[in-house]
Design a protein around this ligand. Structure first.
Ligand code: PMP
Length: 408
């Protein structure tokens, strides 16, 4: 070790100063959602105090101003993902909405016998929309196997790709295990097979630099709330040449060019997929969250979280009866584990009594849990504000639970 792990950014997060159960909060549930820095909270207040109006329709100054801020936020997403053009970015309600958008727009072209290939480690939001689409169209959903270490079985992935595969959907980082998938290679294989590639970046964007041009993916989805931004907002990157040919999904105001009872025509670009008054404030505040992480630098954030993960992994494995679930060579920010003789929910409850917030359960990845023959795991997930004290509290809490249960 190089001395205690400290976070220079923890002081930016007001909620971390509040006691929970009269103890210092050790917030290790960042895989569920992240806390918000003061800059993001202030951006929300500033928007509603100074800039609130509806967008794209008003002739008045404040509407123009809100529209400018909204379109600037779209450009912040472009920068975050290194997309070629801000017109490649659709604002959505989050990752789930982004994937459902693809299933309901691009998915209209599916025919019986077409195939979608996902991996066995996907979040339910990258499984269920495809199941619904397959039920509507007669297409078939396949999944590639996961190895004992929690990595994608590349041979099985290659074997399942075939000329009927129309789309590959893969998590950039598994929210359940922390496994980082070799996305650029998977996209290349998908394209070789004539399929498109969608990347679920919900657990990736806040934790390492993302470059959709380097990945060469066709779709990239993420949520603002896991990126130190608000809930109810997220985005979908769509390759420009694909966006142009996609039919709309939700109809309404703002997504049209003309409307008549004889028929309507659609707006170009991302507006076609942003029917109705969008989450204007959420988009702008998510833009502030993106500014926050970009100012720190995602390489620095990744290095800090890698140090936390290495330290936590080492300390937990020193304890008797602790088993990691997910031991991939390339992992990011997530420690999923089991403690002999203690149900993950009991462990979570005991940790909570000392102000340690973890998640226990299937992490919206029930097929992955089934693969390991377990109902769930305990999961500690890291963010840029975590430090060595959080790891100390986690380890102490696990020891306490083991003593309470008389298992070690
Ligand atoms: N995919 C992954 C990998 C996730 O971690 C999450 C959120 N936990 C989602 C999808 C769904 O995101 P949301 O609930 O914000 O739509």
């Amino acid at each position: 070790g190089e001395g205690p792990l400290v976070s220079p950014w923890a002081a930016d997060f007001p909620i971390l100063a509040r006691p929970v159960r009269k103890r210092r909060l050790a917030y290790l549930d960042n895989g569920a959602t992240t806390q918000k820095p003061r800059a993001v909270i202030q951006a929300m207040e500033a928007f509603y105090e100074q800039s609130n109006a509806n967008i794209h329709r008003g002739v008045h100054w404040l509407s123009q101003h809100a529209t400018d801020l909204y379109e600037q936020a779209r450009d912040r997403v472009r920068v975050l993902l290194n997309a070629p053009d801000s017109q490649d970015i659709v604002f959505t309600a989050g990752t789930t909405a982004s994937i459902n958008l693809v299933a309901q727009t691009w998915g209209q072209s599916l025919r019986p016998g077409d195939e979608i290939l996902v991996t066995g480690m996907e979040h339910h939001s990258n499984i269920v929309p495809w199941q619904l689409l397959c039920a509507r169209t007669g297409a078939v959903l396949r999944h590639a196997r996961i190895t004992d270490s929690g990595e994608l079985d590349l041979d099985d992935f290659r074997a399942q790709l075939n000329p009927r595969t129309r789309l590959v959907g893969v998590a950039h980082v598994s929210n359940a295990l922390g496994t980082v998938n070799p996305v650029a290679e998977l996209v290349r294989l998908a394209h070789e097979a004539g399929a498109l590639a969608l990347v679920d970046g919900a657990q990736a964007v806040a934790h390492a630099p993302v470059d959709v041009q380097a990945l060469d993916c066709d779709f990239y989805a993420f949520s603002g709330h896991k990126l130190y931004g608000p809930t109810g907002i997220g985005a979908l990157y769509v390759r420009g040449s694909i966006m142009a040919g996609l039919p709309p999904w939700q109809g309404g105001g703002d997504m049209i060019r003309t409307v008549s009872f004889e028929g309507s025509t659609w707006a170009d670009g991302p507006q076609r997929f942003e029917a109705g008054t969008p989450n204007i404030g959420g988009s702008i505040v998510m833009g502030a969250a993106i500014d926050y992480v970009l100012a720190i630098g995602l390489e620095r954030i990744a290095a800090h979280e890698a140090a936390l993960l290495a330290e936590a992994t080492e300390r937990m494995l020193e304890l008797p009866g602790v088993r990691l679930v997910g031991t991939a060579a390339h992992k990011a920010g997530i420690l999923s584990f089991l403690v002999d003789g203690i149900h993950p929910h009991d462990l979570g409850t005991i940790l909570d009594t000392d102000g340690v917030a973890i998640r226990a359960g299937h992490h919206c990845a029930m097929p992955l849990m089934s693969r390991f023959g377990i109902p769930g795991t305990a999961r500690a997930s890291f963010a840029l504000y975590n430090d060595g004290r959080d790891i100390d509290a986690l380890v102490a809490g696990v020891r306490k639970a083991q003593k309470l249960f008389g298992v070690a």
